[in-house]
Design a protein. Structure first.
Length: 138
C-alpha cells in the first residue's frame, strides 16, 4: 500500500543567497608563522617579508648575511610546503665568517638564494634546494 511520497520542498536560489549573505563572515586568519603564503614569507615572530630579488650571487648573499640578514633554508625547494629551517643570528654569523655559500645549478640540482624584505627594511635570505653553507645547509 505504498502511498505517494512527498518531495521535500526545495529552497530557491534567492533563499540560498540571502542565507549566505546573512551569515557573519569570519575574519581572515593571518598566515601561520614560518610559512610562505601568496608570496608573503612570515617568520616565526610574525614579521612578513616579500621577495625583492629572485636570484642572488653567492657573494651578494654573503654580504647580506654579514650585514645581519635572517637566513632560511628550504632544503627541497618545495616553497616551504614541508617546512623551512630558520637559522639563529649566531648561526648566520658563523655562516658569514665561513665565506660565501655554494649554490649548485646542474641538471639535477637547482640551488638558489633570493632576497626578501620586510616593510621595515629587514632582510631575509631564502636558500632553496642545493645550497651549501658552512656545514649548516646541504
Amino acid at each position: 500500500m505504498g502511498g505517494m511520497r512527498r518531495r521535500p520542498a526545495q529552497r530557491s536560489f534567492a533563499d540560498i543567497v540571502r542565507e549566505v549573505e546573512s551569515t557573519p563572515r569570519q575574519p581572515l586568519e593571518a598566515p601561520a608563522a614560518g610559512t610562505l603564503v601568496d608570496g608573503v614569507l612570515t617568520d616565526p615572530d610574525g614579521r612578513e617579508y616579500r621577495r625583492v630579488e629572485d636570484t642572488l650571487t653567492a657573494n651578494r648573499a654573503l654580504a647580506l648575511a654579514a650585514a645581519g640578514a635572517v637566513v632560511v633554508w628550504d632544503s627541497c625547494g618545495c616553497g616551504g610546503y614541508c617546512g623551512f629551517e630558520w637559522f639563529s643570528a649566531q648561526d648566520v654569523k658563523a655562516m658569514a665568517a665561513s665565506g660565501a655559500p655554494v649554490i649548485r645549478n646542474t641538471k639535477r640540482a637547482r640551488g638558489n638564494v633570493s632576497e626578501w624584505r620586510s616593510r621595515s627594511g629587514d632582510v631575509l635570505l631564502l636558500a632553496e634546494d642545493d645550497v651549501r653553507w658552512a656545514g649548516r645547509m646541504g
